[in-house]
Design a protein around this ligand. Structure first.
Ligand SMILES: [Zn+2]
Length: 419
């Protein structure tokens, strides 16, 4: 049992503030409850003057991009979104081998933990090294102390052998662990692969995790090749039937697509900074608010930054209140709990050393979260009742060693990219 002494706890749902000592149990079913006294000789974290609230969930990440930070740019400027994929990400993911996959997952997990996230929903791609890749990523996340929901990106873009290997790896992984069936995006997925993925998700009781209408080209390709837009194609294939299904982006859904999504039990993950980075536009939520989660799309592990970006980007498209941005940040708890996924109980917490120059209380907490709070305020992080970050230091792994490993693998990856 871990005790947080003299914490000011912000309820992530009601936003109520309550000061006291918190007893945090370990394990998947562990609770966190207020207690009058902290027993002597107990493991104690002093939280005087600190705020404590539920830790964060990254609802759409690509840990495999962690070693891209600072890498050499492509030979020429990409012309559009698909050009970015061809020149950057589809080159990078083909270079990944076992050591790089592990190192990138470790680097991304460290970054996520430092930013207060304890759960990562990841979408992985390593077409030349699919077998065993998800287990490697799971291990890296667990070494840092984080929980996860992983999938492998299935696609037809690298040919039949890579596609079949991906299906085999996905099935093998889902039989051992909680996870999802990953698909790249409609424009690189054939009808037969889509059918296989839907069937696999049904038989393993998993949802799908797929990029949807990220750029206009995804919709245009779908109309050209299948005569319908992306959401209708997915609906007809039975890909929208599970409440475990995550659709990433949805920037170019039209009103009909949004209506189809609203009628389905699937969820939409917004990645505002990535959308800005790729110049694909901004999400128009329009009636879907209660189904929208937030991710980072591999940009970083900082969900407070993602919430602020969602708040800012919404101002030109119908507006969003600070409380709306906070709810979007928190909606992944509903997704995980309603679907029975483990690893995100009330014993996952972040300790914030946040001392604003203005009053902070339940009524203005969301505004503080959007305008004032940032990763620099994350002091300690507790995952499944155990400390993973204590006063700014990762405590479950040797940080220096992990960073050195990541740098060595980044050098290898960048050399391979140049050759
Ligand atoms: Zn993505």
């Amino acid at each position: 049992m871990l005790y947080l002494r003299d914490a000011t706890v912000v309820d992530s749902d009601t936003l109520a503030f309550r000061r006291g000592n918190l007893a945090v149990e370990e394990g998947d079913a562990g609770r966190a409850r207020f207690v009058d006294r902290v027993p002597s000789h107990a493991r104690v974290l002093d939280c005087s003057g600190r705020l404590v609230t539920r830790s964060f969930i990254i609802a759409h990440h690509h840990l495999y991009s962690s070693l891209a930070l600072g890498m050499p740019p492509p030979g020429r400027s990409p012309r559009d979104f698909v050009d970015i994929l061809r020149l950057v990400w589809w080159k990078l993911d083909k270079c990944l081998d076992r050591e790089m996959i592990y190192a990138s997952a470790l680097a991304g997990a460290m970054e996520a933990a430092r930013c207060g996230a304890t759960f990562v929903i990841d979408h992985h791609s390593s077409p030349n090294w699919p077998s065993g890749s998800l287990e490697l990523i799971a291990r890296a996340l667990e070494e840092v102390g984080l929980s996860h929901l992983l999938c492998l990106e299935l696609s037809d873009r690298d040919g039949a052998a890579a596609r079949e290997e991906g299906l085999v790896e996905t099935r093998r992984y889902l039989r051992r662990r909680q996870g999802l069936v990953g698909l790249h995006a409609s424009f690189t997925v054939s009808d037969s692969l889509l059918a296989s993925a839907v069937e696999l998700a049904r038989s393993e009781d998993a949802g799908l995790h797929v990029h949807v209408a990220e750029a206009p080209s995804d919709q245009a390709a779908c109309l050209r090749e299948h005569g319908v837009r992306v959401l209708e194609r997915l609906r007809r294939a039975g890909a929208l039937e599970s409440p475990r299904t995550l659709l990433a982006h949805g920037v170019h859904l039209d009103a009909g697509g949004r209506a189809r999504l609203k009628r389905s039990p699937a969820w939409l993950v917004q990645n505002p900074e990535s959308n800005q980075h790729n110049a694909v536009g901004e999400l128009f939520v329009d009636g879907l608010e209660r189904r929208v989660l937030l991710g980072t799309d591999g940009m970083h592990g900082d969900m407070l930054a993602s919430a602020r970006a969602a708040y800012l980007s919404a101002q030109a498209r119908g507006g969003l209140s600070p409380l709306g941005a906070w709810r979007r940040l928190r909606r992944a708890h509903d997704y995980l709990s309603q679907n029975g996924f483990s690893g995100d109980g009330p014993n996952n917490l972040v300790v914030l050393d946040y001392r604003p120059p203005t009053p902070v209380r339940d009524a203005n907490w969301a505004a503080h979260a959007v305008y004032g709070l940032g990763r620099a305020h994350v002091e300690s992080v507790i995952a499944r009742g155990r400390l993973v970050v204590e006063k700014g230091r990762l405590v479950r792994i040797d940080e220096e060693q992990a960073r050195a490993l990541a740098r060595r693998q980044a050098e290898r990856l960048w050399r391979r990219l140049r050759s």
